[in-house]
Design a protein around this ligand. Structure first.
Ligand code: NAD
Length: 495
């Protein structure tokens, strides 16, 4: 069986005897294994990353930008095979996988602007004949730890920007689907990136802890579940590292009585059930305000029943399996809880089977109505194709729900009232907000990140926040002495 190793210094390498199976979620079959790296692998990686960074930081930003531009072209050329890697190990549909790579590609595109982005600031005459300027310099070796649900996009939120800034980057992808990360690193080297600037180190908690504790690593970027995000944040800070740590979510979509019902329903269906609900920006709570509730629940039910749940190889598939048998079991437990807590189960996806894929981790779209604030299915992140509808009587109750929830990643409001929309965007305690848009994922040149239990640390991902995260600020104040005594006589013009 194929064993995936690390990709260090342009070589597929690894000494650890520990490994874990990678499973195709549509079939429930093991397709390969991945190494779980040990201290030896770690030491080899760090040595390579330190050496490569030293040289890479000396390259001009323009030269770095040209290599990144070639990398972009190679991703475009290989996008179908990259998407297939994602589909086989993650299970999402082909279009969804391709779309997620495109979102990552946009960050690569943003990073090509690095000569402009690193220009810094300059003030003339901050004092008489004194000038001052600020520059942003690389941190050194940076590291990123990424989740299973976006095996291409989330790593690309991090490494293109870090590398553009002159750092080297160690990527520790999810052990559930590392193939796409390895392929991306190979393509970057093919584009001209010096070996060792981007290393992929596979593994689990053991290798993550070595990254967090290493004195040679300057920064940690993390995306994953909230309990692990908190651990990463605290441990990195204890080891005096810069850290950005993004956690879980429970995103609300409010439907006001004056909303365009058709648009709201379409938005909810795509955002709740796309990628089997395994998106940190998935809508998992629809808040129905006033008398719109019956209609919206009926519409969601009718449309969710039409969704084609199938493996990615079926071109009609709208939604694939969830990532693992364990995760499927956890989602079923949540549905059981919801029933026992008294929520109305309108659509039940627990017993979903596809002929020929009986061992796959499929679930059907699931819909709960009359969900209450104190229920476990409302309070916790389920991360599956389960949508909760909460009925409230007015807008004040709706925004109060959003603001009192522990998570603050994304939220949306569907309305035709500009005043309500403005109140919501101004007063909601949420990092990414949509108005008549279901999944308000910021573009690469803005920044991605939530509030509350959805982000620990001060910087979001990519955009200017990403540039700031991956660079140290230096401010120079300078005055030159009169040159009168040191060379040919110079008379200062009077104006
Ligand atoms: P996870 O937290 O289980 O794993 C994420 C990474 O951390 C993996 O690389 C894993 O190997 C590592 N890890 C796991 N347990 C660890 C531990 N105890 N110590 C050290 N490292 C550990 O998350 P996941 O299941 O892969 O991904 C799903 C989660 O990610 C969901 O909660 C989802 O909301 C979240 N997510 C958040 C965002 C965001 O932008 N906020 C984006 C994508 C996913």
């Amino acid at each position: 069986m194929k064993k995936l190793l690390n990709y260090i210094n342009g070589e597929h390498i690894g000494s650890s005897s520990r490994s874990i199976e990678i499973v195709n979620p549509a079939k429930g079959e093991t397709i390969s294994q991945v190494i779980l790296s040990n201290k030896n692998d770690f030491d080899h990686c760090i040595k390579s990353s330190l050496k490569a960074q030293n040289e890479w930081a000396k390259q001009t930003p323009l030269k770095r930008s040209r290599i990144i531009a070639r990398f972009k072209e190679l991703i475009e050329k290989n996008i179908n095979s990259l998407a297939e890697l994602v589909c086989n190990e993650h299970g999402k549909t082909f279009d969804d996988a391709k779309g997620s790579i495109t979102r990552g590609l946009e960050v690569v595109e943003f990073a090509t602007g690095i000569p402009h982005l690193l220009k810094g600031e300059f003030s003339q005459n901050v004092g008489t004949n004194i000038d001052s300027w600020s520059v942003r310099q690389p941190l050194g070796v940076s590291a990123g730890i990424t989740p299973f649900n976006f095996p291409a996009m989330v790593p690309m939120w991090m490494f293109p920007i870090s590398i553009a800034c002159g750092n080297s980057f160690i990527l520790k992808p999810s052990e559930k689907n590392p193939s796409c990360s390895i392929k991306l690193a190979e393509l970057f080297v093919e584009a001209g990136l010096p070996k060792g600037v981007l290393n992929v180190l596979n593994g689990d908690k053991e290798i993550v802890d070595l990254l967090l504790e290493s004195k040679d690593i300057a920064s940690i970027s993390f995306v994953g579940s909230t309990p692990v995000a908190k651990y990463i944040y605290e441990t990195s800070a204890k080891n005096h590292k810069r850290v950005q740590s993004l956690g879980g979510a429970k995103n609300h979509l409010i439907v006001m009585p004056d909303a365009n019902i058709q648009q709201a329903t379409d938005g909810i269906i795509g955002a709740a059930y796309g990628s089997a609900g395994e998106r940190c920006m998935a809508v998992s709570v629809a808040v129905a305000v006033g008398n719109i509730a019956d209609k919206i629940v009926e519409n969601i039910k009718i449309n969710a029943e039409k969704l084609v749940v199938a493996p990615w190889t079926d071109k009609n598939s709208d939604m694939g399996p969830v990532i693992s048998k364990e995760h499927k079991g956890k989602i079923i437990e949540y549905i059981n809880y919801g029933e026992s807590e008294g929520a109305s189960l309108v659509l039940d996806g627990r017993d979903f089977k596809i002929q020929g894929y009986e061992n796959g981790f499929f679930l059907g779209p699931t819909l709960f109505d009359n969900v209450k604030k104190n229920m476990k299915i409302y309070k916790e992140e389920i991360f599956g194709p389960v949508l909760c509808v909460v009925r409230v009587s007015n807008y004040e109750e709706a925004i109060e729900l959003v603001n009192s929830h522990q998570f603050g990643n994304g939220a949306s409001i569907y309305t035709s009232d500009g005043e309500v929309s403005r109140h919501f965007t101004t007063n909601c305690k949420i990092g990414m907000v949509g108005v008549n848009v279901p999944i308000p994922v910021p573009m690469a040149f803005h920044s991605f990140g939530g509030w509350k239990e959805s982000l620990f640390g001060s910087n979001s991902m990519h955009g200017v926040e990403g540039i700031n995260f991956y660079t140290k600020l230096k401010t120079v104040t300078s005055r030159w002495p009169d040159s009168i005594n040191s060379g040919p006589e110079f008379v200062m013009p009077t104006n």
